[in-house]
Design a protein around this ligand. Sequence first.
Ligand code: KIV
Ligand code: NA
Length: 264
Amino acid sequence: MNNVTLHTLSALKQDGKKFAVLTAYDACFAQLVSNAGTEVILVGDSLGMVLQGHDSTLPVTVEEMAYHTRCVASGNQGSMLMSDLPFMSYATPEQAMLNAGILMQAGAHIIKIEGGAWLAETITLLAERGVPVCAHLGLTPQAVNRLGGYRVQGRDESSAQQMLDDAILLEKAGASILLLECVPSLLAGEISRAVSIPVIGIGAGAQTDAQVLVLHDMLGITPGRKPRFVKDFMSESDSIAGALQSYGDQVRAGTFPADEHGFA
Ligand code: KIV
Ligand code: NA
């Protein structure tokens, strides 16, 4: 695969073509995910739950994100590498610049931060300094204590309008990508059409420009009850490489997610 850049992703959106995103936290899986043609690899702070066994993403540090970003960068074969800034590492624009610098030097091509309008200034400052930003809206897991649990967001009219307004504002502030997590499918579609930057969805229905899943979830490794938006691609495949390929194929064909994976 040729190196995937922001230009690649916006051209896909303009052509009405969908792209695939998966998490990875180590070199070996990064190589498999990348070789499957997955356009973007996310080094998510979900590693706090998936790798470290915590019950939230809050304990994850910038140093840990930098370590896993280096691991993934060394296995990556041309995917765009996105890394999460973890909880409280971008509480001020100054902290965001310092910590984004650490992740970019570890090998990230773009950083992701969770929140709405309050991030506008941070996003502008980062973009001006050469750091592309993905803004994560909807269910923002770093705010789980404030949200009172992992719940679908934007269900009433005023919070839906707020999310749409935030999306437009953050695009204007200089965000390069948006990510919507656990948002009603119709609202996610509306937001995706209202902005010209690519929108990645998880639990956000089929109308976003791209999809992301946690690697261990889509391989059926994660113990316990699987969330509604997760599909186990390993159960219909006889190899990990095959499961990764079929995820990408189904995302690009628009057959994953199906209605049953979304929220009304
Ligand atoms: O940390 C992560 O894996 C994420 C995705 C679930 C979007 O932020
Ligand atoms: Na995350």
